[in-house]
Design a protein around this ligand. Structure first.
Ligand SMILES: Cc1ncc(COP(=O)(O)O)c(C=O)c1O
Length: 385
């Protein structure tokens, strides 16, 4: 992953700093939110200080509007997806993933739906689409909320429509290595005005005045007339705001997001076409993909072979992450020990495969074909023991 903050980003940022007085959340944040909504094809977006905050506020809003229950989640995701579920009082229900898109197995999702199921929280992992028609139809029919985590898949599509525009709410991250960066940052997106206003309040301490709904605000100010109208804390909110500097960066980065995504997809195709399919899994479902990294799943199940692989990459200076997104099987992490006591990991063979033999390495728009050929040569030359 190369740094995705360019000289032009720095110039634009410097100019903004020299010519402005307000740096806390204001008009640039609003402008970025509007541009992001237009890019994604949704009505509303709320810029927050990280993708994890986007996850958290999403579940907090669902709890307030629809109540608690079970949320179906993948074991291959970032920890904040699961943390946001448990910290908001929902029960996480895990289902295994597919190897070909690293997302939840739809048949298993449907099998785990019951009367208590409140939402399905899908992670479109590593730039792949995790949706299909069967899932969308079933959730629609059963009136179960779909939440999309698109933190790793900006610009990926299903049926030519951007991921993040299908669910009731969707989340994005703009951290360093993602498709675009605001240094830290995230977005909550929705077509639902009530959710939009609630998430804005939750982002800003739970304050009524953050909602932007003047009619509702005036009504509630009358109801709570013993309170200072500026300080009506409607909900147990947090401060998860971002700021003007990050919004300026986001606005500038958004201009080149589509071009960069195209380069990443071209890189991905070159990479996959050259990889030795006897050593690495290559049967990904690449329709609508937008990968910021190259996933590498070793065909072997040998720890010795894996050690050799890791040593070879380290020697040649190729940075890698074992376990792919979030380090593999989240259920194995200590923070979940009380939630997974009765779960047998052998019922989750695909996430276990990724946990032990799945990796990713960087796919930057600044990579060129020559470099990719060189990387693949190193990968393919690792000898089998
Ligand atoms: C799937 C997923 N969700 C959420 C996040 C959290 O985003 P952030 O790092 O901006 O908090 C990440 C981070 O990489 C992620 O990969």
């Amino acid at each position: 992953m190369f740094n995705n903050i360019t000289e032009n980003d720095k110039k634009i940022l410097s100019k903004f700093i020299l010519n402005s007085d307000i740096f806390t959340q204001s008009t640039k944040v609003k402008q970025f939110e509007k541009l992001w909504s237009e890019w994604l094809g949704v009505k509303y977006s709320v810029f927050v200080n990280s993708g994890s905050s986007a996850n958290y506020l999403t579940l907090a809003a669902i709890k307030i509007l629809y109540g608690k229950g079970e949320v179906i989640v993948p074991p291959l995701t970032w920890n904040s997806d699961i943390v946001s579920v448990i910290k908001n009082g929902f029960k996480p229900v895990f289902v295994d993933i597919n190897l070909n898109n690293l997302s939840m197995n739809v048949d298993q999702v449907l099998k785990n739906i019951n009367k208590k199921t409140k939402a399905v929280f899908i992670t479109h992992a590593q730039g792949f689409n995790g949706l299909n028609e069967k899932l969308l139809k079933a959730l629609n029919k059963k009136k179960i909320i779909l939440i999309e985590d698109v933190c790793e898949s900006h610009g990926a599509t299903f049926k030519n429509k951007k991921l993040g525009s299908f669910g009731k709410i969707s989340n994005f991250s703009f951290y360093y290595a993602h498709h675009m960066s605001t240094i830290e940052g995230g977005m909550v997106c929705t077509n639902d005005k009530k959710i939009y206003e609630l998430v804005k309040m939750l982002r800003g301490h739970g304050l009524l005045r953050e909602s932007g709904n003047i009619k509702m605000e005036n009504k509630l100010k009358k109801k709570y007339n013993k309170l200072s109208p500026n300080f009506i804390f409607m909900h147990a909110g947090h401060n998860m705001r971002s700021n003007e500097l990050q919004a300026v960066l986001g606005i500038n980065q958004l201009k080149r997001l589509d071009v960069n995504n195209k380069k990443r997809v071209t890189n991905f195709d070159i990479f996959l076409s050259l990889l030795d399919k006897n050593k690495y899994y290559i049967d990904y479902d690449i329709k609508g993909n937008s990968n910021y990294a190259f996933p590498l799943i070793l065909k072997t199940n040998s720890i010795k072979q894996r050690d050799l692989f890791e040593r070879a990459l380290t020697k040649d200076g190729i940075e890698f992450r074992r376990g792919n997104a979030g380090g593999g099987n989240q259920m194995r992490q200590p923070y979940l020990k009380n939630f997974v006591k009765r779960i047998s990991f052998s019922k989750f063979p695909n996430v276990e495969k990724i946990h032990n033999f799945g990796y990713y390495i960087g796919n930057s728009p600044y990579l060129n074909k020559k470099k990719i050929i060189e990387i693949v040569r190193i990968l393919n030359n690792i000898k089998c023991i």
